[in-house]
Design a protein around this ligand. Structure first.
Ligand code: ATP
Ligand code: MG
Length: 589
């Protein structure tokens, strides 16, 4: 069965069960989410609805979500882990629960009308229970009733079969996973074990608890189902292959690569370098399509890492000259029907890829030589790794990979120190620039910094002391503030917070700061991030001053001189970022 057919029947199946079909969200979580670089699962963009917001598509939806998992980069090359993959999922926002979810999973997997998989090659796992939450007997019984023999229902601990909140609090619950035996028919183990030939294909998550501030688990008001099935892994199963590179989602890429290498390689889809290039270039195409450019920070750095690692593996395969565009071409063919935007942006994507490849090709040879030189010492120092990074453009992870290949150690911590030193220098440089041409924008962002402190304190007053900052981002147009809070704020709470901030603006409070030891700052009751281990002295900004202090917060500044300068404060959006984390966007009018 072709992958396009799997997509089609998956959506058809869940449509027949009353689900509305929704499109894939971007790979970039809503704007610049500080808690996640990329969309890592179908669940990610749907978090607000899992937390109770109404979805326009209703209580049952199904989709195919593109995902990028940077955490799996090192796994790439095995039979089943990719950095870019698609996750098919069905969702219940408070409508159905375990019974329907499990029965439908089984029906879709085994019914001849749908995938028609051999039941004897399937095994499942359920949550075994611990002192916090009980054994998921309900799931166990449901599988048994469907005819899954008990020896094929593994009871696994929380590490495997629990979906937890990203923060300390929030919705969570057990899950049940489905595995397919990809080995020989005569070798199927009776029970599920950790043999690699058992491949996880689908995961049904049951959100039924809310982890409270007290660390206890309470039943959730709205119980949800969140499932995820990897398209590539399912294609592998349906096409009778034992790795994802043999499927129609990869073969055209592998073929073009096989034709480029001068080196004699095993069957191309077995060759690790070929797998890495194929995966990384596909991922890069999708990441660029979602408007990320290679850089040295955040998502841009991940993209750079992928492209440069692919370039280096091209060298290992003795591919001559620039080749990434040739490898990328088939990606557009494979996906043109499902992601028309790829095709529309093709020219931009290819030129971005080619530019990054050329940039790296200028330094890679010299960098390799440099690497050989320094690795002769038997260990790569932090300084050497940093020079490879800053002068030759070698991402740290790439240097680590190369060191591993030669069995030598690398001082990654030392690299971190060098990196920080370097950042300090460039920060000072950009601070100089800040005083120059950017004065206007500077003034506005200064006001937003001060407004952020007022908002932080106002939220503590309205919602309670447990509210903590999770992230903040300021532009000349708005402030964005992420904080720990398990649920949507009510209209009243939002208005109250606005009122408090505007009240403090009206009072025209002075904004002062003092430099002190971190310990003293803590003792003075200042809030803020205490995570900066390297700073011994910190700046504490105090809004209100002696006797009238409204907010005390550790911060680098700069800030407005008094709150009266800020103007009118208005919250324009309140939304979920991830489980247990909310985001406010606000403006000063
Ligand atoms: P594994 O243990 O194999 O890494 P996982 O537990 O990380 O899988 P989930 O987070 O439950 O997987 O994701 C749901 C489904 O998405 C999996 O059942 C699998 O089919 C697919 N999937 C997960 N990670 C990847 C990946 N890196 N590449 C391809 N498919 C994946
Ligand atoms: Mg995984």
């Amino acid at each position: 069965m072709r992958s396009s057919e799997i997509r089609k029947i998956f959506l058809e199946f869940f449509k027949s069960k009353g689900h509305s079909i929704i499109p894939s969200a971007s790979l970039m979580p809503s704007e610049t989410d500080p808690t996640a670089l990329f969309t890592t699962a179908g669940m990610h963009p749907l978090t607000p609805y899992l937390l109770g917001e109404k979805h326009p598509g209703g209580g049952r939806v199904a989709n195919i979500q593109k995902c990028v998992r940077t955490g799996d980069i090192d796994e790439v090359g095995d039979s089943r882990h990719l950095t870019f993959f698609e996750m098919m999922g069905n969702w219940s926002f408070g409508e159905y629960f375990k019974k329907e979810a499990i029965e439908w999973s089984w029906e879709f997997l085994t019914d001849k009308k749908w995938l028609g998989l051999d039941k004897n090659r399937l095994a499942v796992s359920v949550f075994a229970g611990n002192f916090n939450a009980p054994f998921d007997e309900e799931a166990f019984d449901l599988w048994k009733k469907l005819g899954v023999p008990e020896y094929r229902i593994a009871k696994l601990p929380k590490k495997n079969n629990w979906w937890g909140p990203a923060g300390q609090t929030g919705p969570c619950g057990p899950d049940t996973e489905m595995f397919y035996w990809t080995g020989g028919a005569d070798k199927i183990p009776n029970s599920f074990n950790d043999d690699d030939l058992w491949v996880e294909i689908w995961n049904d998550v049951f959100m039924q608890y809310n982890k409270g501030e007290d660390g206890k688990f309470y039943p959730l008001k709205q119980k949800n189902v969140d499932t995820g099935m990897g398209l590539e892994r399912m294609a592998m199963v349906m096409q009778g292959k034992n790795n994802v590179y043999e499927t129609d989602l990869f073969q055209p890429i592998i073929k073009s690569l096989g034709g480029l290498t001068a080196k004699a390689v095993k069957p191309p889809s077995e060759e690790k370098s070929i797998r890495i290039i194929a995966d990384h270039i596909k991922a890069s195409v999708f990441i660029i399509a979602d408007e990320v450019a290679p850089s040295n920070v955040g998502r841009g750095y991940v993209l750079r890492r992928l492209i440069r690692r692919a370039t280096r593996h091209g060298k290992l395969l003795e591919i001559e000259g620039n080749f990434l565009v040739k490898v990328a071409e088939p990606v557009f063919e494979i996906y043109k029907e499902f992601y028309p935007e790829l095709f529309q942006k093709k020219e931009m994507i290819l030129s971005e890829l080619a530019a990054e490849e050329s940039r790296f090709n200028k330094t890679i040879e010299k960098g390799m030589k440099q690497f050989e030189d320094v690795s002769r010492k038997g260990c790569i120092s932090g300084k050497d790794a940093f020079t490879l990074f800053s002068t030759y453009g070698f991402p740290l992870e790439m240097t680590i990979e190369m060191a591993k290949e030669r069995n030598i150690n690398i001082d990654a911590k030392g690299f971190g120190k060098e990196f920080e030193e370097h950042q300090k220098i460039s920060r000072t440089a950009s601070a100089g620039m800040f005083k120059g041409g950017l004065a206007d924008a500077g003034e506005k962002t200064t006001k937003y910094h001060t407004a952020t402190h007022l908002l932080h304190q106002a939220l503590k007053i309205v919602l309670g002391e447990s509210v903590n900052q999770k992230g903040s981002n300021i532009t000349a147009e708005r402030l964005r503030f992420d904080f720990s809070w398990p649920e949507k704020m009510t209209k009243e709470q939002i208005e109250k917070a606005e009122q408090i901030v505007n009240g403090k603006i009206k009072e025209n409070l002075p904004v002062d700061w003092a430099e002190m030891d971190l310990d003293d700052a803590r003792k003075s009751g200042a809030i803020g991030l205490f995570g900066h281990k390297y700073e011994t002295k910190v700046k504490v900004y105090d809004i209100g001053g002696e006797g009238k202090s409204f907010s005390k917060e550790i911060c680098m500044g700069p800030h407005a001189a008094s709150t009266g300068e800020l103007g009118r404060f208005k919250i324009i959006k309140e939304e979920a970022v991830s489980a247990g984390v909310r985001r406010i966007k606000a403006i000063l009018e």
